[in-house]
Design a protein around this ligand. Structure first.
Ligand code: 5GP
Ligand code: MN
Length: 341
């Protein structure tokens, strides 16, 4: 397999890891499968080197990721701030995975990373555009479909530990690769991806079980919510090949909404012929959370970035709006024609 990551970066990261005893790994807010896979995969690797490694997530991860090896030991910054701050004070090294700027770790943890980063080294392993200069070693490859794949590649290139039989590590990496490609439906044409998958399967990963754990564990309310969204809430703007689904907090309550229940809904309108863009908005506690998806060579992250202070990948992006849902929708109606062509 080609060595994707610059050898100088790998060597620098390896030196920082070798010099560290206590490592804190941090991933992004509202952790998804790749956030969990990349951070936990790194943790299992560091543990196998005999190092102490603690993963901090900004807020709670969804239930359908709780089965991932090591997930239950994660510190949730929102709830376990004191414990997490102690871990950060004791750390010799910070590794951040699957995000590229402090704000993606949430306001409080983002500010804390910047503060701690003044005196401690940071390694970033990420695949988003425009990495900030927050890290000492920035392993950033947006062409890579998942941060988990980058963690795997980095470790392989370091070559100091044979991870081929570490099932916990392999399971976390596989899960991240699977979720960030929608079970290998998009961003998944690179042949080397399947060479890595083959290696992970040889390590004992049960890929069918991973799929089942992630995608087939919803409660009935979530399925009814999906039905409601598609039947009642999906608006189609055929001329511009766009779909919009919005959910108010009142509607969410009706379906006993819990974290993770909105997962994948934004992708569904793309199953309609000639619908190439999809936007999903839901009312959160203090803001509107937006998800954007597109197909092929149609960037949607510009819409998320310019109008909703967000960003992400060409075909999968997100953003936030601080104001009422009706205003967020108005902004959409004013701007979609420009961004969806
Ligand atoms: P999702 O729709 O699954 O929440 O997010 C899709 C992708 O959009 C994420 O992988 C992340 O790269 C990006 N993203 C989601 N929310 C935000 C946000 O609020 N700000 C930025 N910059 N990117 C986001
Ligand atoms: Mn990712």
């Amino acid at each position: 397999m080609k060595q994707l990551i610059d050898t100088i970066l790998v060597t620098k990261a390896q030196q920082l890891i070798a010099a560290a005893r206590n490592v804190v790994i941090i991933t992004h807010i509202s952790p998804d499968g790749d956030a969990m896979g990349s951070s936990l995969g790194m943790k299992h690797y560091l543990n196998s080197l005999g190092k102490n490694a603690i993963v901090i997530v900004p807020n709670e991860f969804p239930n359908f990721l709780a089965w991932m090896p090591g997930a239950k030991e994660d510190l949730v910054y929102e709830k376990q701030t004191a414990e997490a701050d102690t871990a950060l004070s004791n750390a010799d090294l910070l590794i951040i995975t699957d995000f590229q700027e402090p704000k993606r770790a949430g306001d409080a943890l983002g500010a804390k990373i910047v503060e701690v980063g003044q005196t401690k080294p940071i390694i970033m392993i990420d695949h988003h555009l425009y990495p900030s200069d927050m890290a000492d070693v920035t392993i950033s490859y947006p062409e890579c479909a998942s941060a988990s794949e980058l963690v795997y590649r980095s470790i392989c290139q370091m070559g100091i530990m044979d991870m081929s039989s570490n099932l916990n590590f392999a399971t976390c990496i596989y899960t991240g690769m699977m979720t960030d490609t929608g079970n290998f439906q998009y961003n998944s044409n690179h042949p080397e991806m399947y060479e890595i998958v083959a290696q992970l399967l040889r390590a004992g990963v049960d890929k069918d079980a991973c799929y089942n754990q992630v995608f087939n564990q919803f409660h009935a309310g979530r399925m009814r919510l999906v039905g409601y969204c598609l039947y009642r809430k999906m608006r189609l703007f055929h001329q511009h090949h766009v779909a919009l689904i919005t959910l108010s907090s009142k509607e969410l309550k009706q379906f006993n909404f819990t974290s993770g229940d909105a997962e994948g809904i934004v992708n569904m309108p793309l199953q309609i012929k000639n619908i190439h863009y999809s936007v999903f908005m839901r009312e959160d506690v203090d803001k509107i959370k937006l998800s954007f998806r597109s197909q092929g060579d149609r960037p949607i992250n510009t819409f998320a970035h310019d109008i909703y202070n967000g960003g992400g990948h060409k075909n999968a992006a997100g953003g936030e709006y601080y104001g009422p849902l009706t205003e967020a929708v108005k902004l959409f109606l004013t701007n979609y024609e420009q961004y969806c062509q």
